[in-house]
Design a protein around this ligand. Structure first.
Ligand SMILES: [Zn+2]
Length: 428
């Protein structure tokens, strides 16, 4: 089975490219117009796709698209991946196209080759073989049913972890990853006979979350969407405090911080399990209003930012979580300011609201958070401490939890049954 993977720009935020530079041994297209070049540069000039070979004048590309093959890997030299140091290489065919005025590049590759790349990008090869198999099934299933369809991009999936799953190219494939792909060949996760939405994240901090508490409907953007029964939050251990409350998060955080017991839950072995961010009031004051106003203006996040009647962002007095999901994830919070309360809704929007360059924070690791406030003698806010559990949205499979279960002797079928209750494994 072959799939098309849309390749993102340098920072993985968009599929649109300013220019595309393709390198490979003996590049050629199906029609034989181009033969033997090793480096081609593409751009849009006056809304038309142009190709230039080193030392020659640019030529228009007939049909506004070209599909390229090479002897061996093809490198996209106009972008970087893997920490920003290397250009990604791919095995397969590369299509460069003018898609309704946007310069796009995508890869045609077999599903299993794509999986090798996803596993390499998403999970350390040193993880337990059963955890790697969990990731292989989740990734294969996700490729068949991504959360956001990419039909209009002329592709099945994209390569960005901000949208689909991370695929940073195909370099050397570790034999442990190879074994996980081969051992699970063709296997996918299904619910009622259909491939399910195989969401996964890095660490759930002791409890996974329900789908409808973190994601909006991919087509209507409605929040909350209809629940998906196989994406229901599960505890990752036996706890003495009821899940879903701030008290539950405090209990987990304290247990992890004290390190009396490293086996709090299946996923507590990793440093991603608990974390703290200390935000001085002046850093918060300097940046939070800009970030929140930006979120309020952007089409995809605007519905989740509710300003006070004054419409103004005053001095920050306090932060408060208003509503939590089954894992304790913040679904709604308010920023109490001197000009009224700003409400922020939805897991990812809440995480983004804390972006702060002064403390080098792009977003919070997760929204499973609680706050403590420090004030000065005049009762003015001095510092906000954000205590957090987990890394990522925590819905569906969690990679570090799968590792914990695998090390405890569970096989991949049992682990996936835990993370996707009511699901089946079927062969394509
Ligand atoms: Zn995508």
């Amino acid at each position: 089975m072959q799939i098309w993977v849309a390749i993102s720009n340098n920072d993985l935020t968009s599929l649109d490219h300013k220019e595309v530079e393709v390198e490979g041994a003996s590049l050629s297209d199906a029609e034989g117009k181009l033969r033997g070049a090793s480096r081609l540069r593409f751009s849009l000039e006056k809304n038309h796709l142009q190709c230039s070979v080193a030392g020659q004048a640019p030529k228009a590309v007939a049909g506004e698209q070209i599909i390229l093959k090479a002897q061996g890997p093809i490198t996209i030299a106009s972008i970087k991946r893997a920490g920003g140091n290397s250009h990604p290489s791919y095995l397969g065919e590369i299509r460069v196209a003018n898609l309704k005025g946007k310069l796009r590049v995508s890869l045609r590759v077999s599903l299993d080759q794509y999986l090798r790349g996803v596993l390499t990008s998403e999970m350390p090869a040193s993880y337990h073989p059963e955890a790697l198999k969990c990731q292989a099934l989740a990734a294969r299933t996700y490729a068949l049913k991504p959360r956001l369809p990419h039909d209009r991009d002329n592709a099945n999936v994209c390569d960005s972890y901000m949208c689909c799953q991370y695929f940073a190219g195909l370099g050397q494939i570790d034999e442990r990853i190879e074994r996980a792909v081969v051992a699970t060949a063709g296997q996918v996760l299904t619910y009622q006979g259909q491939p399910l939405l195989a969401l996964f994240s890095s660490n759930a901090g002791g409890h996974t979350e329900n789908y409808e508490n973190c994601f909006s409907d991919p087509l209507t953007n409605e929040f909350p969407p209809a629940p998906l029964p196989y994406l229901a939050g599960r505890p990752e251990g036996k706890f003495t405090v009821a899940a879903g409350s701030e008290e539950f998060l405090r209990y987990l955080y304290k247990a992890a911080a004290l390190k009396h017991d490293t086996k709090i839950s299946m996923d507590s072995w990793t440093p991603k399990f608990h974390w703290r961010v200390r935000l001085p009031a002046d850093a918060l004051e300097a940046q939070m209003h800009h970030v929140v106003e930006k979120l309020a203006a952007a089409a995809d996040t605007a519905p989740f930012v509710i300003p006070p009647q004054s419409g103004k962002f005053g001095h920050i007095e306090r932060l408060e979580v208003l509503k939590r999901g089954v894992s304790g994830v913040a679904i709604a919070m308010k920023i109490v300011t001197s000009t009224g309360d700003w409400q922020i809704k939805k897991e990812l929007v809440i995480r983004k609201a804390f972006a702060n360059t002064e403390v080098k924070l792009a977003r919070l690791n997760s929204a499973r958070i609680f706050f403590s406030h420090e004030t000065d003698d005049l009762k003015l806010l001095k510092t906000v401490n954000i205590y957090g559990l987990g890394f990522g949205h925590g819905v569906g499979l969690q990679q570090t939890g799968a590792q914990g279960f695998a090390q405890a002797g569970y096989d991949y079928k049992k682990i996936l049954g835990h993370y996707f209750p009511g699901s089946n494994i079927e062969v394509l």
